[in-house]
Ligand binder design. Structure first.
Ligand code: ADP
Ligand code: BMX
Length: 291
C-alpha cells in the first residue's frame, strides 16, 4: 500500500509517497500561496497531487490550522491567508479520487515521533517551531485531538501579557514571540526584512540582535516546556519545524530548561523524522485508522 502524504505549512507545501515499509520517496515541495483566497490553496493542492496520479492508494494530509471533521480553519489567519471552513478533505478527494484522512500538522508529527519512541515512552509532546508554533500531545499511547480538534494548540498559550498581539487575537502568545514569523517580524536596522532563516545565519556569524532574537524564542519555548511538564507530566519533548531543528536551537532550549527546578525538567529530542515528521505522521495515522 502506498500513501500519498501531504504536509501543508504556513511557508511550504510538501508531498511524498510513503510505502508500507515507511520508506519515503518522490519528495516535492512548493511554496504555500501568499494569496489569501481559498482558490489559491485549492489550485496549489491540485498542482501538487497532479504529479502523483496513479502512484498511491490513499492520501494522508497533515495541515496547519484547526482540522475538524475534514474542514480547515486558521486559528492564526496571518499564517494561512485567513482560511475559514476550507473543505480540505473533500478538495483532496476531488483531485485524487482516493480516500483521504486529514489532521493537524503538529498532531500528525506527534503521532510519528510517538510511534518511533513507543518502546521507551507512552507520554510524548511534540512542538513545532516553524512559521507558527504548534503542538501535538500523546498521552498513554493515545493522540489527543479533542472534541473540536483544538488539543495541542500550545503556541497560543500566553508567554507574556505585555508581549505583542498574536494573529489569533490574543496578546503575548508563545507563537507571537518564538515562531519563525515572530523572529522576523520584530527585527530592526540591519535585520529588517530578513526571514528567520537569514536571522539564524546572522546569529551564527555573531550579529548581536540576531542572537538576542533567537535567544528570546528559545526562552519562550523553554517556559512553554516547563508549563507542559506541569500540566501533563509528559515524559519527553520532541522539537521539530525548521526553527526547532535549526543548528544550536535545541541546545539553547535545553540550557535554559536546565536552570529551572528539577520537577520542570524533561528530556528534549530533535524530531527523528526531521522535516518529514508531519508527512510520516499523517501516513501512520491513516494506517492506524485503517482507511
Ligand atoms: P512550515 O511552517 O511551512 O511547516 P518550516 O518548518 O520550514 O515550514 O518553517 C518555516 C519557518 O522556518 C520560516 O520562518 C523560515 O524562515 C524558517 N526557517 C527555514 N529554514 C530555516 C533554518 N535553516 N534555520 C532557521 N529558520 C529557518
Ligand atoms: C498555528 C496554527 C496551528 C499550527 C501551527 C504550526 C494556523 C493556520 N495554524 O499555531 O494549527 O499547528 O501554527 O503551523 O492557525 P506551521 O505552519 O508553522 O507548521
Amino acid at each position: 500500500m502506498n500513501t500519498l502524504a501531504i504536509d501543508i505549512g504556513g511557508t511550504k507545501l510538501a508531498a511524498a509517497i510513503i510505502n508500507s515499509a515507511l520508506e519515503i520517496s518522490q519528495h516535492m515541495e512548493i511554496p504555500t500561496p501568499a494569496n489569501a483566497e481559498p482558490q489559491a490553496l485549492e489550485q496549489a493542492l491540485a498542482q501538487l497531487v497532479e504529479a502523483y496520479q496513479g502512484k498511491a492508494q490513499r492520501v494522508a494530509v497533515a495541515s496547519t490550522g484547526i482540522i475538524d471533521k475534514g474542514i480547515l480553519t486558521a486559528l492564526n489567519p496571518d499564517n494561512l491567508g485567513g482560511l475559514n471552513h476550507f473543505p480540505l478533505q473533500a478538495i483532496v478527494e476531488k483531485y485524487t479520487g482516493l480516500p483521504c484522512v486529514v489532521l493537524n500538522d503538529a498532531q500528525a508529527a506527534a503521532w510519528a515521533e510517538y510511534c518511533h519512541l513507543s518502546a521507551q515512552f507512552k507520554h510524548v509532546t511534540f512542538i513545532t517551531v516553524s512559521t507558527g508554533v504548534g503542538g501535538g500531545i500523546v498521552i498513554n499511547g493515545e493522540l489527543l485531538i479533542g472534541p473540536h480538534a483544538f488539543a495541542g494548540h500550545i503556541g497560543h498559550i500566553q508567554a507574556d501579557p505585555n508581549g505583542p498581539r498574536c494573529g489569533c487575537g490574543r496578546v503575548g502568545c508563545v507563537e507571537a514571540i518564538a515562531s519563525g514569523r515572530a523572529i522576523a517580524a520584530g527585527a530592526t536596522q540591519e535585520l529588517e526584512g530578513k526571514n528567520a532563516r537569514e536571522i539564524f545565519a546572522q546569529a551564527l556569524s555573531g550579529n548581536l540582535q540576531a542572537q538576542q532574537r533567537v535567544a528570546r524564542s528559545a526562552q519562550a519555548i523553554c517556559q512553554l516546556i516547563a508549563n507542559i511538564k506541569a500540566l501533563l507530566d509528559t515524559e519527553c519533548i520532541v522539537l521539530g519545524g525548521s526553527v526547532g531543528l535549526a543548528k544550536g536551537y535545541r541546545q539553547q532550549v535545553e540550557h535554559q530548561l536546565a536552570q529551572l527546578p528539577q520537577a520542570f525538567q524533561v528530556p528534549v529530542y530533535s524530531a527523528h523524522y526531521q522535516h518529514d515528521a508531519g508527512l510520516m505522521g499523517a501516513a501512520l495515522w491513516s494506517e492506524h485508522l485503517v482507511i
